[in-house]
Ligand binder design. Structure first.
Ligand code: BGP
Length: 481
């Protein structure tokens, strides 16, 4: 591929979304509930944030949104299929109106020259499967995920070339109680997480194999949350903790997808901690075969992490996101006997306590390339912030422009060091529902006029970053000013 202005010719400039976070129409046209409909209702009741019933109302605004994306010059758009919209019961009878929605959306995108990048599952498991057997608690998910993948391949294979099976498996594993399974019993059972992770690896492998079998020229990957974990100091114990955190949080997932193997040091740790999962005959062979169908890694990058040697006696807990949006307190992850998260004193945090670190993107991209030599696509990256709609309809978001500018520079530097980067799809095309901070935490280039309390008409407005990004795309990343 020829490199023009630092970016390859045909580079996929676009943006990302996920179904439950932007579509709304949660119970419309035959769609049944998914876990996110339920979880976000709970979040609404507990903390007052918006639920998933309307979000950005993309279901009704998609034509207008695609036109705005085309105006920005998008070459790609990452979206996910709302599983319970197309198969309301998870498997079995399809929902014709839900199925048609995605045909119409893909047609609209193609009419504007925009390539869809489709995630099969982005946190929103059909409630039917949760109620039937507890979702990822059961091995039945492996076959049902394959059923869903085959359905998608047959239905949309001629309209979609880029497929991502699962969004952020490592995040699902860490927050499985909240994002994926509504069960207090499993909340306290960390062993369950790694069993579910194993099922996801099997499900991913079956889906990747199915897509390659059914869709000629398809390119298959999965999107992972990728964050380098730096040592808090040069004390050898901290450096070792950083190595362990990178293995545990990044390579354990990448190794399974890309090499088709489980990382030995992580397996040994899980065994020591009594967290080891059951493996049935044929499982490892299936994961290996799945890795042969893995064409590119979707990289979701927001921030880097920082770790130190674990404090003896501290018990295991995941990182807790900042829920107030007022900066400050975060509860860091602890993995006993492995690592403990801590603040990186060299970085400035966002209002939502995410450290801003463009160099971390270059770091992880080069790591992935040197370790696996596989093409990558940025499938998420962005700044969640409060925006103000001015009286004249403008939105001034220089902080977002600066964040994205610095990350694009980091991508350029990574490409210069040999990284095979296919595209940049920052989060998000339009403002949408955050996983933990409602509507007020905005990421879009397109402003959606609604609040957590009042859905209004969800009118669209162009932010300053909209015009800036349009110019970036027009110059293939040359003009970042
Ligand atoms: C990623 C998820 C997205 C998105 C993003 C921003 O982990 O894949 O779904 O929400 O994070 O996070 P948040 O919404 O919590 O700000």
């Amino acid at each position: 591929m020829e490199v023009v202005n630092g970016f390859p010719e045909g580079f996929l400039w676009g943006a990302a979304t996920s179904a439950y976070q932007c579509e709304g129409a949660a119970l419309e046209d035959g769609k049944k509930e998914n876990q996110q409909d339920v979880i976000n209702r709970q979040i609404h009741d507990e903390r007052g944030y918006a639920d998933a019933s309307v979000t950005a109302d993309f279901y009704h605004h998609y034509k207008e949104d695609v036109a705005l994306m085309a105006e920005m010059g998008f070459k790609s758009f990452r979206l996910s299929i709302n599983w319970s919209r197309v198969l309301p019961d998870g498997v079995g009878e399809p929902n014709p109106k839900g199925v048609q929605f995605y045909h119409d959306l893909f047609a609209e995108l193609h009419a504007h020259g925009i390539e869809p990048i489709v995630t099969m599952w982005h946190y929103d498991l059909p409630m039917a499967l949760v109620e039937k057997y507890g979702g990822w608690r059961s091995r039945q998910m492996v076959d049902d995920f394959e059923y869903y993948a085959r359905f998608l391949a047959k239905e949309y294979g001629s309209e979609v070339r880029y497929w991502l099976t699962i969004n952020e498996q490592s995040i699902v594993v860490n927050y499985i109680d909240k994002k994926n399974l509504i069960s207090k019993e499993d909340f306290y059972n960390p062993r369950y997480r790694y069993q579910a992770n194993h099922y996801m690896n099997l499900a991913h492998a079956k889906a990747a194999i199915a897509i390659h079998e059914l869709v000629p020229n398809a390119l298959v990957g999965a999107a992972l949350d990728c964050a380098p974990y730096y040592p808090a100091s040069s004390a050898p114990q901290d450096v070792l903790a950083s190595r362990h955190a990178n293995e545990f949080k990044n390579y354990f997932y990448m190794d399974a997808y890309i090499k088709g193997t489980y990382t030995p040091s992580v397996l040994a740790y899980l065994e020591r901690q009594g967290l080891m999962f059951d493996v049935e005959p044929g499982d490892l062979e299936l994961i290996k075969r799945g890795s042969e169908c893995f064409d590119f890694l979707g990289v979701n990058y927001y921030q880097s992490g920082c770790v130190k040697a674990p404090t003896p006696g501290k018990s295991r807990h995941p990182k807790e996101n900042n829920k107030t949006g007022k900066g400050g307190h975060v509860e860091y992850e602890v993995q006993p006997d492995l690592f403990e998260g801590t603040k990186n004193e060299y970085l400035v945090d966002t209002d939502f306590s995410m450290p801003i670190d463009p160099s971390g993107l270059q770091f992880i991209l080069e790591e992935i390339n040197d370790r696996y030599g596989i093409p990558v696509m940025i499938c998420e990256n962005g700044l969640g912030a409060y925006d103000t709609l001015e009286k004249d309809g403008s939105i001034h978001d220089p902080y977002r422009i600066e964040y994205i500018r610095q990350h694009i520079k980091a991508m350029k530097a990574a490409i210069a060091n040999g990284v095979q980067l296919w595209g940049y799809n920052p989060w998000s095309a339009m403002d949408l529902l955050s996983t933990s901070n409602g509507i007020a935490k905005r990421y879009g280039f397109i402003y959606v006029d609604r609040t957590d309390d009042d859905v209004r008409e969800c009118r669209r407005y162009r932010k300053d970053s909209f015009y800036w990004y349009k110019n970036v795309i027009a110059t293939n990343g040359k003009n970042l000013e």
